[in-house]
Design a protein around this ligand. Sequence first.
Ligand SMILES: NC(=O)c1ccc[n+]([C@@H]2O[C@H](COP(=O)([O-])OP(=O)(O)OC[C@H]3O[C@@H](n4cnc5c(N)ncnc54)[C@H](OP(=O)(O)O)[C@@H]3O)[C@@H](O)[C@H]2O)c1
Length: 248
Amino acid sequence: MKHHCVIVTGASRGIGAAVAIALAETGITVGCLSRSGQNPCPSDADESLKQRFIALACDVTDRDAISAAMQKVAEITHHDISGIVNNAGIHISGPSEDLAADAFRQMMDVNALAVLQGCQVAYPWMVKAGHGLIINMGSFYDRLGIKHNLAYCASKAAVGAITRCLAVEWAQKNIRVLNIAPGYIVTDLNRDAIEQGPLGAFLAKRIPRGAPGQPQEIGQLVAHLFALNSAFMTGETIYIDGAQSLTD
Ligand SMILES: NC(=O)c1ccc[n+]([C@@H]2O[C@H](COP(=O)([O-])OP(=O)(O)OC[C@H]3O[C@@H](n4cnc5c(N)ncnc54)[C@H](OP(=O)(O)O)[C@@H]3O)[C@@H](O)[C@H]2O)c1
């Protein structure tokens, strides 16, 4: 099953930008959604590659906005949407005893509810296409207890659960759902802490391979999963963390 058109949320920078670039390099046209609407296409890309990026401003917590953006991408490309990478996410931390209900809700809205709604809006397009692949961006924090990260950990555990439930419900429609759970990847989310704070030295010791991941490593994984077309592979959480979560 060939994918012609795939949506990536949070594609303006970081992991989402790397995913969009990796998919476009395989010939897929990518609808790149983010609040800013910034186009992740490298400035030195050739013309044929540039044409595979459609960048739109869209807040993923607004279901109508996601729906309108997908419609627009389909109109521009004249292709059904057969894939979505629900990658947009935020991180808020702080002591759990002071965690405000609004902060918890905000984290769940962006990191979990928006993932579900992205899947729901993409569903009819995939049914129409006759096949679909959904990749949700979780985190290796989904199975850990991290101090001051209760809301983030809960939101990413929810992503794993959403992935499993939809994989079961939508399998008969030829729609597969996977959850990628990265470890530390150097992006705007943590760059200052890794490059300027003690986190960089800590990770060099803590991650068995000795260094955090790069966004391109997640981009390559996503592009391979779209190319692989492994019909029996669905509902799974794929950890990609340099074995950090396996060691003591
Ligand atoms: N970096 C890591 O170490 C790491 C590890 C595990 C999991 N993850 C997960 O990977 C995903 C990407 O993380 P990242 O490190 O690449 O983050 P990032 O560099 O901070 O980028 C976040 C992306 O999400 C978009 N975004 C945030 N809120 C949005 C909203 N309401 N509507 C639309 N777009 C929104 C941002 O776009 P604009 O600002 O342009 O709107 C941006 O493109 C997240 O789900 C994160 O939890 C990251």
